[in-house]
Design a protein around this ligand. Structure first.
Ligand SMILES: O=C(O)c1ccc[n+]([C@@H]2O[C@H](COP(=O)([O-])O)[C@@H](O)[C@H]2O)c1
Ligand SMILES: Cc1cc2nc[nH]c2cc1C
Length: 353
């Protein structure tokens, strides 16, 4: 608990001067003012987070938190629960979408077992921080204890600190956990006020039968647990997963040291809602990536004040949207650093209005 509290306490305000310096430089470059649109805002906000008036391309870490969800016993996913562990092995051997897009974005992957249901074979690239063998079925009671929720958050903070100590300057959130869109729909419902009917979606691709069961599971979880939306630890422990807790911790750990986090799809955004509720200042260190196909995602981003820079109907999770967004951030930073100014290129500036 001490690490969590200290981390929250350490989150600094953003550096508005660094953000303003970026805007000024964009205005001096050989293009009509503001013509790079949201790319300019993305980089200016990023500079406000890191405090660098002329940002350089950051070293990137994708942190993938894997955990199982007890609610999966109800058949609320299109895939069997074993897929969680099977996909972890796929990440370790480099063959998943997450690996391909992490390589594409130049990000190194940190694969963490925070709560997979079975013991995993040791692997030099697997970080074992297992808190429990999956969560409890949240239709019957809390998914985990408050202490376990804190542990999950602190695992994320610890991984963030380890990465920052190694020189990483930007995080991408990634997760794997069969059933985690059910947990996320419940969290989304609490923090956005959306009724479960509007928060529950098809996740990994369920049909109408499973969708009905999934909706009932979320309704039941809210009824049985009565989460208190003013107490993020209550919401996280009753409705969350170890994957979600770990990712919320990464955001907090990064924010405390001015390292921004690119949020991924609906599950990562559930973690972002937990982090923002625990520490409102952490919100300033989050970068939106894409708009997931899950129905609650738009409202969740709106509540956080985040903008999705991509809208491509993606719903893979595992950090894939975050990686694509990181490539856009890099593009914006390159433009800022490498374009000629009006003065350097001898190009005439705008006529008076
Ligand atoms: O990130 C998203 O927006 C997203 C939307 C739907 C599904 N997923 C991924 O699919 C898995 C969860 O789906 P489900 O149906 O088992 O809840 C989990 O491993 C997520 O990474 C991810
Ligand atoms: C194969 C598979 C890969 C995934 N990656 C994230 N969630 C997933 C769900 C499934 C089923």
């Amino acid at each position: 608990m001490e690490l969590l509290q200290q981390t929250i306490h350490n989150i600094p305000p953003v550096d508005h001067q660094a953000a303003a310096a970026v805007k000024r430089r964009y205005d001096s470059l050989t293009k009509p003012q503001g013509s790079l649109g949201e790319l300019e805002t993305l980089v200016a906000n990023y500079a406000g987070m890191t405090g660098e008036p002329l940002p350089s391309i950051p070293r990137k870490a994708m942190v993938l938190m894997a955990g199982d969800h007890g609610v999966a016993v109800h058949g609320i996913s299109a895939y069997p629960q074993e897929v969680t562990v099977q996909m972890v092995y796929n990440y370790l051997s480099g063959g998943a979408g997450a690996n391909v897009l992490a390589r594409h974005a130049g990000a190194d992957m940190f694969i963490v077992d925070v709560g997979v249901r079975v013991d995993l074979k040791e692997h030099p690239r697997l970080i074992n921080r297992k808190i429990a063998y999956g969560t409890e079925d949240f239709t019957r009671g809390p998914a985990m204890s408050r202490e376990q929720a804190v542990k999950g958050l602190e695992v994320g903070i610890e991984i963030a600190n380890m990465c920052i100590d190694q020189g990483y300057g930007l995080f991408a959130l990634a997760e794997m956990g069969i059933g985690n869109t059910t947990a996320t729909a419940a969290i989304a419902s609490v923090f956005t006020g959306l009724p479960p009917e509007l928060a529950v979606g098809r996740g990994s691709g369920i049909g109408d039968g499973r969708l009905k069961v999934k909706l009932q599971a979320v309704q039941q979880a809210l009824k049985v647990n009565k989460p208190n939306r003013d107490d993020a630890l209550d919401v996280l422990s009753k409705l969350g997963g170890y994957d979600i807790a770990g990712l919320a911790g990464v955001i907090l750990g990064g924010a405390a040291r001015r390292v921004p986090t690119v949020v991924d799809g609906v599950i990562a955004t559930g973690a972002a809602l937990i982090a923002a509720s625990l520490a409102p200042a952490a919100r300033n260190y989050m970068i939106g990536s894409h708009l997931s196909a899950e129905p609650a995602h738009g409202k969740m981003l709106e509540v956080l004040g985040l903008r999705a820079v991509l809208d491509m109907g993606m719903r893979l999770g595992e950090g894939t949207g975050a990686c694509l967004a990181m490539t856009l951030l890099d593009a914006g930073i390159k433009l800022l650093r490498d374009m000629a100014t009006f003065e350097e290129a001898g190009v005439a500036t705008a006529e008076p209005k």
